[in-house]
Design a binder for this molecule. Sequence first.
Ligand SMILES: Nc1ncnc2c1ncn2[C@@H]1O[C@H](COP(=O)(O)OP(=O)(O)O)[C@@H](O)[C@H]1O
Ligand SMILES: [Mg+2]
Length: 261
Amino acid sequence: MSAPAIQFEKVTKTYTLCQHVAGGIKTFLFHLPAAVRQLRNNKFTALDEVSFEVARGEALGVIGPNGAGKSTALALIARVLRPNAGRITVRGRVLPLLELGAGFHPELTGRENIILNGVLMGLLRREVRARLGQIIEFSELGEFIDQPVRTYSNGMLGRLGFSVVAHLDPEVLLVDEVLTVGDAAFQAKCMRRMQEFRRRGVTMVFVSHDMHAVRVICERAMWLDRGRVRMLDASQAVTASYEAALAGGQARGEVPADGQA
Ligand SMILES: Nc1ncnc2c1ncn2[C@@H]1O[C@H](COP(=O)(O)OP(=O)(O)O)[C@@H](O)[C@H]1O
Ligand SMILES: [Mg+2]
């Protein structure tokens, strides 16, 4: 057995909430020392001693209600965030497809963003150029490829993002919900591409609300609930339990009222 591609050991991530400022900037400034103290202490635990491993070449699905900590976990794997406690080990070249449109510059065209992203992800400019045609074709964006990205709909942003990722060469691929925005045909194409990545032995962490997609793509799934691992097992078993909980109303409305920053 080779070492796991991803290892979380009792990882905790807290966010500092800035709600206090919303109470009025004047009040905030007037009581500055007290306000700052309160801000510091007003922590929200997004992940609470979370431990899991993803084997090399394995696909792990991450499911759970909004606010459960799924995106936080991916951002930690991608090293966009740092944990407050615990240990994270990631082996291999990570390619994150995080939130919709993240990493795209709104004023640049789709074509320019492909080049920018490719280069940021470690390709040489000429390597990106060589793949540009395939990427544009995959995206099905047609003439919109030469429009600024700020004019794109969510569906178009999702297409552009996935098309770039689909033509790069990651060892660890992180996908956060982006597939929910395209039309059915494009989603099916993305699913086929993800399965291709799987066959090539790419390690994947796939955040999705689409339980069918999680079962198709992932061997195992992790159900996060208010920052804790509620279940970690074969994807069939975990998605079935989650669906049962949703149907019973036990997995909804679990986001604490103060959970949104
Ligand atoms: N930058 C941030 N500052 C403060 N709180 C945040 C921040 N990002 C996320 N959170 C909070 O952390 C919790 C987990 O968020 P997230 O990881 O995005 O959950 P999920 O992806 O499962 O919906 C949520 O309650 C969210 O409001
Ligand atoms: Mg999220």
